[in-house]
Design a protein around this ligand. Structure first.
Ligand code: F6R
Length: 611
């Protein structure tokens, strides 16, 4: 997704801007650009298609020097990846702007601006913003006033940074629907889409709120709220470790993040388990009263986070005894749902900035039948957290690989904690809760144990690398884990992968099974073990080539499988976390063989802040 960096300092800021762009690479992008008000008071802009390194090559030929500038990585939405569509966009020679988000009424604004004589030099929705600002500048007292008046015309989502040659000491920033933060430095102040961009410069951040407009200068930051009042926004501090984005000895962030999961299990549980229960306060000071009121849970999320929600539904209904529904946010936000009385909304998101999830929360939270909202999220200070009544941080640490791994397993653990606190109020006995707490304490060691299978799983990857399709099968709580396995494989290896609840095979997908169709099946020994085996016999009878990921005590002789990865026999409640890990490793090794870009798969972005 697009990334913004801005800097105003006592020193030349070009290196800060480029460093910030490099740190935003993980979000996914196809082109990059930078503009500075140079010391001769002229705006200089450089743009390039491809990686930030290509932009750096251009800079090495013609290096602009200035104390104020904005920069951008673009992920194409309107218009192809090309230099003309790269940000910053300019109006005239003095005004430059970077933008994240989508302007929905850009066609109408473009027609209006063209009628006023503005010539467009790109196919983007963004360019209307810079011309709108340019048009009102002559009648405005300050650049801030011009931006304030221009953004009133915009429909859609935006986070913008604006510089002007006549205001060489001020960046003006505004946000509505897309995240933006200010970083406070010793020698200047900074702007970015997320704190990761500024992690080498500062550990002090201000999160702009919806509708905020900020003037950022070297030693002064002035923020106005949507209502036009001066706003005092809190400064948040993060330890440098929390912002570390180093690959260590791994070749890819994804591989490193898979291997961090034992530590992540420890971190997400840290301070959250009492002797025999999960304290309500883990979810915030008002949690107890809110959980007391909840009679129904509505989970809303996208992608991998949605799969975590699907797993949670099995737990919340079976162990906690509370009715639960799960829905994809992009669907939920446009439905008119019949909301059950006393519904607790639970949103799940790694980034906390996913546009559809945020919109669904905003639509639902004022519904008279909603008793409150909880977000399960990995990014402190994100929009989702700020707009929810309660939050549970998943403490997975920065996740740079676009394919979500450690964030997913930490979300599962967050839901296990939720199952305990909600369950206590419904169907879960104190003994059951105690048992659950004891099991959770074992989780980090079990995850560590499964990670040792990395090499063995690599040996199975070759079977998949030359295939065009794969089926993933699971039953019960392992059906969404199969879905997650299929999503991982398709997003990083570009192999078409579908997941089915194994009982559905005979209702259609069995027609696909032959020697050429690899089938990955999750076979824990649980209440559905015999059913799963019958389904696998159906595959075997069609000569499907199976890779079974099975419990070490699963008796599989009658299936005569060629490929089995044995996992430790773990309690049913922990199994979804444990069975996820081989699937992550499998997709990683298949992608390595195929030579795809593991950390930044084509067409995908890390934080999907637009619809
Ligand atoms: C897949 C993946 C995506 C995200 C989805 C939601 O590996 O990462 O499917 O899960 O875009 O993102 P968050 O969790 O940030 O809301």
């Amino acid at each position: 997704m697009c990334g913004i960096v801005g800097a105003v300092a006592r020193h030349d800021v070009l290196d800060n801007l480029i460093d910030g762009l490099n740190r935003l690479e993980y979000r996914g992008y196809d082109s990059a650009g930078v503009a500075l008000v140079c010391d001769d008071k002229r705006v200089q802009r450089l743009r390039a298609v491809g990686k930030v390194a290509v932009l750096e090559e251009e800079i090495s030929v013609k290096r602009p020097v200035g104390h104020i500038g904005v920069a951008h990585t673009r992920w194409a939405t309107h218009g192809q990846p090309s230099v003309r569509n790269c940000h910053p966009h300019m109006s005239g020679t003095d005004l430059a702007l970077v933008h994240n988000g989508i302007i929905e009424n850009h066609t109408e604004l473009r027609t209006e601006l063209e009628a006023d004589g503005y010539e467009f030099t790109s196919d983007t929705d963004t360019e209307v913003i810079v011309h709108l600002i340019h048009r009102v500048l002559p009648d405005s007292n300050t650049l801030r006033d011009a931006v304030a008046s221009a953004v009133e015309r915009l429909e859609g989502a935006y986070a913008i940074g604006v510089i002007h040659a006549s205001s060489p000491d001020t960046i003006v920033a505004a946000r509505h629907g897309s995240p933006l933060i200010i970083g406070l430095g010793d020698d200047g102040n900074y702007l970015a889409s997320d704190q990761m961009a500024l992690s080498s410069i500062t550990d002090r951040f201000i999160y702009l709120e919806e509708g905020d407009l900020a003037e950022i200068q070297v030693d002064r930051i002035l923020i106005h709220s949507r209502q036009g009042e001066v706003a005092n926004r809190q400064v948040h501090r993060f330890s440098p470790g929390a912002l570390s984005i180093d690959k260590g000895h791994y070749n890819h962030f994804m591989h490193k993040e898979i291997h961090e999961q034992a530590r992540v299990m420890t971190d997400v549980l840290e301070g959250r388990l009492a002797e025999a229960h999960v304290p309500d306060a883990v979810f915030g000071v008002d949690a107890a009263a809110l959980f007391d009121r909840a009679q129904h849970i509505q989970i809303i999320a996208c992608g991998t986070s949605y799969h975590a929600g699907m797993v949670a539904r099995y737990w919340l209904e079976e162990h906690a005894g509370i009715p639960c529904q799960v829905e994809i946010a992009s669907e939920y936000r446009y439905r008119t749902p019949a909301v059950l009385p006393h519904t607790l909304i639970v949103t799940v998101s790694q980034s906390g900035e996913t546009a559809d999830t945020l919109a669904a929360l905003r639509n639902l939270k004022d519904h008279p039948n909603c008793c409150g909202s909880l977000s399960i999220c990995n990014v402190a200070g994100s929009s989702l957290i700020r707009e929810s009544d309660l939050c549970l941080l998943t403490h997975a640490g920065p996740e740079i690989g676009v394919a979500s791994t450690k964030a997913f397993t930490s979300q599962l653990v967050a839901f296990q904690l939720l199952t305990a606190v909600v369950g206590r109020r419904h169907a879960m006995t104190p003994q059951a809760e105690r048992g659950l707490v004891l099991q959770l304490r074992e989780l980090p060691a079990l995850v560590q144990h499964v990670l040792l299978l990395d090499e063995r799983i690599r040996n199975h990857a070759g079977t998949f690398a030359d295939k065009n399709h794969t089926l993933f099968l699971g039953r019960g709580v392992h059906y969404p884990i199969a879905m997650e396995g299929a999503l991982k494989l398709k997003e990083i290896s570009y192999i078409h992968a579908e997941a089915y609840a194994a009982g559905e095979l005979k209702h259609g997908p069995l027609a696909l099974v032959d020697e050429e169709m690899p089938v990955v099946a999750l076979v824990p020994v649980d209440g559905l073990f015999d059913k799963m085996k019958s389904n696998l016999q159906e595959v075997q009878a069609r000569k499907g080539s199976m890779l079974l990921i099975a419990s070490e005590n699963a008796c599989l002789e009658d299936l005569k499988p060629k490929s089995v990865i044995r996992l430790p026999d773990v309690p049913e409640f922990l199994a979804p976390v444990i069975y996820t890990i081989p699937l992550q490793l499998l997709s990683y090794h298949v992608a390595l063989i195929k030579g795809t870009n593991v950390d930044q798969p084509r067409n995908l972005a890390k934080a999907v802040t637009v619809e």
